[in-house]
Ligand binder design. Structure first.
Ligand code: UD1
Length: 350
């Protein structure tokens, strides 16, 4: 009889969302079995089919709202056999979090607490947590290393990431069998090259790249470039834009590190970026180069809460995780543009 090889089973919370769906694809490509839970508050069930179009495998799915403590407990009573958990489920609109802070503290903090309560019941729980470079604020030194001080965030959303990290750290100190890796993403952009999955914009995009692609396609009249008097070479802010597929691969490497027990501590932190800073105008130019479109943009006042410059020191991720980004800014914008064109085509055919 052929021996059955057991695949590692990974739970992905928020796995139908922008980053989560890309991570599910990369996990399946590496032969992990994936179960998604998602409350569908900012995602669509159709994503399951789109994932299958890429990998040939439809992931497992249950609609669970992680804020519902009893539902979370019942879910884990039925499935206690996960080898690892990757936690994305969270609200993420910075502006909305300023206007409705309690929604963010309830959604992002309660759900993490209920998840950790269940993980604490497992024999050797392994958790990857999705954090953000927003925890560094305007760092005093660039590039930003993992040792840069955690500054107060500008928004309740940012605060939930700082608090989430702290909660996980405290739980790891209390429960030595809990193993965690916290990934601090810089600016994720782009979409899967197949254009089957990408970011589904809700309302007017707050982030730069969806605004650029919507302007390119004519949904928006012009891009406002927020500030051209910053102390940077071209006067516009600098960020570290990372292709979402590169970012997704970092999660696979991170969960493998925990599964193979290679982690040195039960809480580790990694910056996930390209290590290269690009200004707003660099992004505009890269978009123009890949799309062949001249983008309509105007300079406006600075946006409140923006830091001048943020880009990652990626040497720790490179040396310790053995991960580094492979795709360029142009690759990312080309994929974002392909995705925008597909979204527009679908809208026009409905
Ligand atoms: C934002 C969030 C951050 C989150 C990240 C996820 C804020 C303050 N921060 O980061 O917490 O983790 O998204 O991707 O919202 N810009 C324009 N015109 C636009 C939109 C943006 O000029 O219409 C500029 C911004 O001023 C900034 C750069 O583009 O300099 C990037 O902006 P954005 O994509 O919103 O990302 P961040 O603000 O870096």
């Amino acid at each position: 009889m052929m021996q059955q090889i057991k695949m590692n089973k990974i739970l992905v919370t928020g796995g139908l969302g922008y980053i989560g769906s890309h991570v599910v694809v990369e996990l399946q490509k590496m032969d992990f079995e994936v179960v998604i839970i998602d409350d569908l508050s900012n995602s669509s069930l159709e994503v399951l089919g789109h994932i299958k179009e890429i990998t040939g495998i439809k992931p497992g799915f249950e609609k669970i709202d992680l804020k519902e403590k009893r539902d979370v407990a019942r879910f884990f009573n039925r499935h206690a056999d996960f080898d690892g958990i990757i936690h994305f489920a969270a609200s993420k609109a910075v502006g909305e979090s300023v206007n409705n802070p309690l929604k963010y503290y309830e959604n992002n903090i309660n759900s993490l607490i209920y998840l950790l309560e269940e993980l604490n019941k497992l024999a050797s729980p392994k958790l990857i947590f999705s954090s953000s470079c927003t925890v560094y604020g305007q760092a005093d030194k660039l590039p930003i290393t993992e040792n840069s001080p955690i500054k107060g965030a500008e928004s309740p959303y940012g605060n939930t990431k700082i608090m989430g990290e702290q909660i996980i750290k405290d739980c790891c100190k209390a429960n030595h069998s809990l193993q965690s890796i916290i990934l601090r993403y810089f600016n994720p952009i782009g979409a899967h090259d197949s254009a089957n999955i990408g970011e589904l914009p809700v309302g007017v995009p707050q982030n730069l790249v969806p605004f650029i692609t919507q302007t390119g396609i004519g949904v928006r009249g012009e891009l406002s470039v927020f500030g051209n008097d910053y102390p940077t070479p071209d006067g516009t802010c600098i960020r570290d834009y990372i292709h979402v597929v590169d970012l997704a691969k970092a999660h696979v490497v991170a969960i493998k590190r925990l599964l193979e027990k290679k982690n040195l501590k039960n809480r580790e932190f990694f910056n996930i970026g390209t290590g290269k800073g690009a200004s707003v105008l660099d992004v505009v130019k890269a978009f123009e180069a890949v799309s062949g479109i001249k983008l309509n943009y105007v300079f406006k006042d600075r946006r409140e809460g923006d830091v001048v410059s943020a880009f990652a020191d990626i040497s720790k991720a490179n040396k310790v995780l053995g991960w580094k980004s492979e795709l360029s800014l142009k690759d990312a914008l080309a994929s974002a543009w392909k995705w925008e064109k597909k979204l527009n085509l679908n809208e026009n055919t409905i």
